[in-house]
Design a protein around this ligand. Sequence first.
Ligand code: AMP
Ligand code: MN
Ligand code: MN
Length: 332
Amino acid sequence: MDNLEEAATAIKMHDNFVLTTHINPDGDALGSLMGLGLALLNAGKNAVMIMPHPIPVAFQFMPGSRQVQKTSDVLARFDLGITLDCTDITRAGEEAQKVLQRAGKLLNIDHHISNQYFGDLNVVDPQAAATGEIIYDLLLKAKMPVTSEIATNLYTAIITDTGSFQHQNTTAKCLRTAALLLDCGAAHRVVQQHLYEQRSLESLRLLARGLESLSLNEEGTVAWMTISRDSLYSSGAAVDDSEGLIDYVKSLKGVEVGIVFKEVNPSEIKVSFRSNNYLDVNKLAAHFGGGGHERAAGCTINGELGDIEQLVIRKTEEQLFAMNENSGGPRK
Ligand code: AMP
Ligand code: MN
Ligand code: MN
C-alpha cells in the first residue's frame, strides 16, 4: 500500500501525538483510534486520543476508552496529528480541527473512496474493509507489538465495518487479518456480547417504530425508514440506539437501496444509505455533501424531515433509473 512505509517511519520518528476520528463514531472509528493510540502509549510515546463527545455506552467496553479525552480540554501542541477513518478534516469536528492545525504535521489514515487526501501524509486504501485493517498493517510495518487489547480494538473495527463479515467489503485479506487478531488475543466473545447481545428495551421499541415507518417505492427497489423526534421520544431511545436499523431496510427482498432518515435534531436530518448490488451510494451521498463507500454512505441535510425524504428518494430513483437505462435494463 502506498505510503505505509512512510507512515511507519513518521510514527517511529515522533514522540508527541494527537489522534482523533470522525464525529458520531462507529466501531471502526473507535477501534482504529484506540488500537493505534494504545500501541503508541505502549511504545512509551505521548499519545493523546481526543473526541468531542463521550464514547457511546455500547463502545465503552473497548480497551482504552477511558483514556480518550474531551477535545475542548486539550490545549497542547503536538508534533504529529493523526485522523482515523475521516473522509475530510471537517469530519473530525470543529474543535479537533483546531488542535490538528496546531500540530506540526498531519497524517490521514482512512479507507473511504471519497477521502479528500487532506493530510501532509495520506494512507488511504479503499480496498481495506476497515481503517482498523490498515492500522494492523501499519503496526506490523513499524514493528510495534499487537497486544490483546489492541487486537480487540482492531477486531471490533473489522467486525463493525463488515457487518460481521456479511458486507461486500469482506475480502480474504480482511478475514486473514481478523484471524491474526484472534491469534493476538482479540476477545471475540466479549466483542460479540457487547455489540450484539446488550440491546436495551428502548432500542427494540425504536426498532418497532422504525419498522412501522418502513416504506417502499413503486418498483420495490428503494426502501426507507424514518426515525423522527417523536419515535425517539415515544420509545425512550437515544439516536445511538438507531445504529444497525438500516440492515433491516436493505434486507427486504428486491430492494437495491435502503435508506434511514434520522431526525438527530429538529431540522437536522442524518441520512444513511446502503446498496446491495450496483448503485454507487457514495455518489448519491456526495450529491448532498456527504460521502462514504460505494455500498455504504451517509450525509446530513438541514430541513424538514418530510421535505428531505421526498428530495432524497427522488434523487435515489433518478440515479437508479439512469443506471438501469445505461445498462439496457434493470441491473441484478
Ligand atoms: P452511516 O450511514 O453513518 O453508518 O455511514 C456509512 C458510511 O458513510 C460510513 O463509512 C461513514 O463514515 C460514511 N459517512 C457517513 N456520513 C458521512 C458524511 N457526512 N461525510 C462523509 N462520509 C460519511
Ligand atoms: Mn467510520
Ligand atoms: Mn470505516
